[in-house]
Structures are given as C-alpha cells and as structure tokens.
Design a protein around this ligand. Structure first.
Ligand code: F6P
Length: 525
C-alpha cells in the first residue's frame, strides 16, 4: 500500500479543492442551486439517516474521493477485516470485533456464543438474587473497575440507555487512579450488596489493578477475606491467570481474546455492565444493531457506504483544508459521554505518524476530536465554531423521538436548535456596519438523524464510527489497532513513582521534574 499522497486521486483532489477556497464560494448556493442535492448527498440505513449535503463537496468531489478509496484498496481492506487477516500489522493479529456481533446462527466463533451464554447466566443469577453478597442480600450496585476501552464504551451505553435499565441495579464506573474517584463512588454504597467487575483485557493496567485492590480492602473490612473476592468480584479479561491469582473465582471470569482491541471491546464480556444494567435482551439488540451496520459496511459499494463516506469526508477536510480538529455534538443529554468515547476510538486509532511499512507519513493523520452535548455547547464552545479562525467540521447527532415523553415541546426545541446550528454554520451572516457580528459561513457539517435512541440504533451508530475510523486508517496507510504511543508514559510513571513516594532520591532527574516533585512533596507535608 502506498501513501495516499502518491495516488492520482489525491493529486486531482488537490486541484479540485481550490474552488471551495475561492472568496465567492457559497456552500448554501450548492444546496439552493441543486434541487436533488439532498437525495444525492444523504444515505439511510435502518433507522439512521446521514445527511452530508452541508459539506464542501460536489458530485465530482465524491467521485474523486471514491476514486481515492479505490486506489487505496478500501474494498480489499474491508474484506481483510471481515476474514480475519492480520490488519493489526505491528502486533500481527486480526481485529475481528465484527465477529462479536454475528448472530448466533451465523457465528464463526463458538467461544463468542458460549461467552454470551455465560453472561446471560450471570445476569440472570444477579438479577434474580440467586447470586448474592456475603450476607445473603441481593446485589443493588455494580462497580465497573476499568479504564480506556474497558470503561468508556460500557459507561456510554449505560448512561445513554438509562430509561431501559433494571430498576433494582445501579451501575457505577471507576476509571481514575485519583482516589477521589473510588472514594466518591464507594461512600454511598453498602459492601453487602456491591458487586465489582474488574474489566481489563490485560489485567496489568495500573489504574484498574490499584482500584481493584482498594475495593478488595474495602470489602474485606466488612466481609472478611474468605468471602470478599470470591463472592463480590467478576472479571472480564484475556488474562485469566492474573484474575485467578487475584482470587477471582473461575466461574466469575469471562474471557476476551487478543483479536479484540480494547477500544473495540464493549461488544465482548467487557460489555458485562451493560448486560447487567440493561438486561441481556438489550445487550443482544445492541449487538444486532452493530451487526446490521457491519453488513452494510461489508456489502455496500463505497459511494453508498455510510462509514466509507464519513471517512472520506473527514479525509477530505484533513488532507485539503488542514482541518484543525473535528467536533461531535450529540443533541441528546443521554449521549453526553459520546464525545469522550469517540475521542479514544478516533485518537488512539489514528494518532499515528508512521505508515504500515514503518516509514514516516507525509500527510496529516488523525485530528483532535472534541465535543459536548447540545444545547449546552451552544453556550460555551459554539462561539469558536461560528466565528473562530480554525476550520472545524462538525458531526451533529440527534434522535427524532424524545428519550422521555414528558415534554414534547422541549424535544422539538432541541431538534430546532440542532438544525439551527448546522444552518448557521453553513449560511453565516453579514452585517456591513458591524463586522464583529459577521459569521463567515461555509462551515461544513454532517447530520446523523436517528429514529430513536434505543439499543439497536445505538449499536448501529457506534459501529458506524468504528468502521469510519478503520477506513480513515486504510486510506492514510496507518495501523488503527495499536497504541504504542501510550507505553512510554506508563514506563515513566512507574519510574517516577519511587521519587514521588520518597523511596528513592530524585537527583538524576531533569530540573523541571525534580523541582515539581520537591515542591509537591513539600506542600503535602
Ligand atoms: O493504555 C491504553 C490502553 O491500552 C487502551 O487501549 C485500553 O483500552 C486501556 O489501556 C485499558 O486496557 P486494559 O483493558 O488492558 O486494562
């Protein structure tokens, strides 16, 4: 595979992009002058409608972008993903999260189905009270101990689908090693009725293991050592040996596999908090929605393929407009954690600077992703989107149906605000006498309209973004499935701990780090 910049499509796109930078170009005119534009620049799959008509793109742009996808072998890369080729080049393994979502009858991995059955049995046992705490009382609270991919996806789904949760069980997520996080959660909980899940693919992650030890001590103080871990701990991990060594009962350890990347793992046993909170039926609907998007991604031609189109639009702006970052703005309070989840998915996958042959890339790769929930963001960051000097494409996400039915008018206001933002970004505003009121306009956005926020549609939405990220990586010729960049910081933290905790002198350190440690230790006396 070559650098995309060496393709003829890239060269053509370079020339083609000039027209959109001309001072007379008006995005709004593209819509007004082409009555069929919405039909040409929108796509529906199941209960998702992607409107990409408010982009700096003509039919020719799409043709050239699709040509780029073909020249970068996107169809072959999709095939490689689904057939289990080693698309994670640096770690020589597949990235087969799509196999986690295959319906039982079509499943290629019996072990995936037996794990789902074990999840089902655990969920039944916890929900019915058959599995209970050391004093015989049913569990009322679940605490997931995990970080990154072992936290963000489940936390997002649980908070997004709260209305359908099991009313007897509350679920909490502890990710940070800041003791305030676990202290704050445990302060309100009863050890007799609290169930912990240690969610860690590797079972070596500092934050998660430290929090698990903390939780163990908290429980042992009430339950005694014999009952605490065996009765109150579950694990989801690819490192069963380490979980057993921690004391977790074999029947409480659910597996995942090296072909499931951390940030793609919520569909595996890492999704246990989702299944416990929302029920196995909802978890299976989440998988079914994702599978439907997988099928679309696998079979639709690039021009009518939602993940491919989203990827191409992102590549267009990063490659030819130097987009500074991209924003994702869900207009649904329930999706407030979506931007954080997408940050890991996109930035850990696409924050790379060498290509698949280990050569430095000659083009921009993953951009910073940020965002917050609408309408709140309109009263904070929105100003910069409208009048700031950076080029920042936006994805708006909104559900047609309200998640609660208490106030229909408020939901209509929410939708109007969402559409108002994309319209304002596109159209801009001109006041000759007061330039400070001018909005330049021509600012692109996608709008994803979802019929309703339910498990199936949420599964589709998240799979859509997973596949978008993969296609970006293929076109940029980088590996979306490793994350070597996080390792050095982990090593440094381990080394610095001995100085921070006073076990070792810090004289060998650089002046900045040394003085910061000295001052922190002094102030902490
Ligand atoms: O440090 C980054 C990372 O490896 C992520 O990719 C992963 O999701 C997270 O840490 C947690 O890893 P684990 O599930 O092994 O604890």
């Amino acid at each position: 595979m070559n650098s995309p910049t060496e393709t003829s499509a890239w060269q053509s796109l370079q020339l083609h992009s000039a027209q959109f930078k001309h001072p007379d170009f008006k995005l709004v005119q593209l819509l007004n002058s082409t009555p069929e534009r919405f039909q040409q620049f929108s796509l529906r799959h199941d209960n998702l409608l992607l409107d990409f008509s408010k982009n700096l793109a003509t039919a020719e742009t799409l043709d050239l972008l699709v040509e780029l996808a073909l020249q970068q072998q996107v169809p072959a890369a999709i095939e490689a993903m689904f057939t289990g080729a080693h698309i994670n080049h640096s770690e020589q393994r597949p990235a087969l999260h799509v196999a986690l979502r295959e319906p039982p009858a079509a499943s290629r991995f019996p072990v995936v189905q037996t794990t789902l059955d074990r999840m089902q049995a655990l969920v039944n046992a916890v929900q019915s009270g058959t599995k209970c705490g050391f004093s015989g009382k049913p569990f009322t609270d679940i605490v997931n101990l995990g970080v990154g991919g072992s936290d963000l996806g489940p936390a997002l789904v649980v908070s997004a689908l709260q209305p359908s949760r099991n009313q007897q069980l509350r679920t909490h997520f502890v990710s940070n090693i800041d003791p305030a996080h676990i202290d704050g959660v445990l302060a309100a909980l009863n050890p007799e009725t609290t169930l912990f899940i240690v969610a860690s693919k590797t079972f070596t992650t500092l934050e998660t293991l430290h929090n698990a030890q903390f939780a163990r001590h908290w429980l042992e103080a009430h339950a005694g050592a014999a009952a605490a871990v065996p009765r109150h701990f579950l694990a989801a991990t690819a490192n069963a040996e380490a979980a057993l060594a921690f004391g977790i009962d074999n029947t409480h350890i659910l597996p995942l596999w090296d072909w499931v990347g951390g940030r793609f793992s919520m569909w595996s046993a890492i999704g246990l908090p989702i299944a416990l909170t929302l029920g196995m039926k909802s978890f299976r609907q989440l998988l079914a929605g994702a599978h439907s998007m997988d099928q679309h991604f696998y079979s639709a031609e690039p021009r009518h393929n939602m993940p491919v189109l989203l990827a191409l639009i992102a590549i267009w702006y990063r490659g030819f407009f130097d987009s500074h970052s991209s924003a994702v703005i869900p207009y649904s309070q329930a999706l407030r954690l979506l931007p954080t989840y997408l940050q890991q998915l996109s930035m850990e996958s696409l924050g790379k600077s060498v290509d698949a042959s280990h050569r430095p890339v000659t083009h921009l790769t993953g951009e910073p992703v940020w965002g917050a929930v609408g309408t709140d963001i309109q009263h904070s960051c929105g100003q910069l989107l409208h009048q700031g000097s950076n080029f920042i494409p936006v994805d708006f996400i909104v559900a047609a149906k309200a998640t609660t039915t208490t106030d229909k008018v408020a939901h209509q206001q929410l939708l109007a605000n969402c559409l108002g933002q994309s319209l304002a970004l596109m159209q801009g505003y001109r006041d000759e006498n007061a330039p400070f009121r001018n909005l330049a306009g021509n600012k692109p956005s996608n709008t994803l309209l979802m019929k309703a926020l339910d498990p199936y549609n949420l599964g589709s939405l998240l799979a859509l973004y997973e596949h978008k990220v993969y296609v970006q990586s293929v076109i940029w010729n980088i590996n979306a499935f490793d994350q070597w960049g996080v390792e050095l910081g982990k090593k440094m933290s381990r080394e610095l701990f001995v100085a921070v905790s006073g076990q070792q002198a810090n004289t060998a350190l650089d002046a900045s780090t040394r003085n910061l440690i000295d001052c922190a230790r002094d102030w902490d006396k």
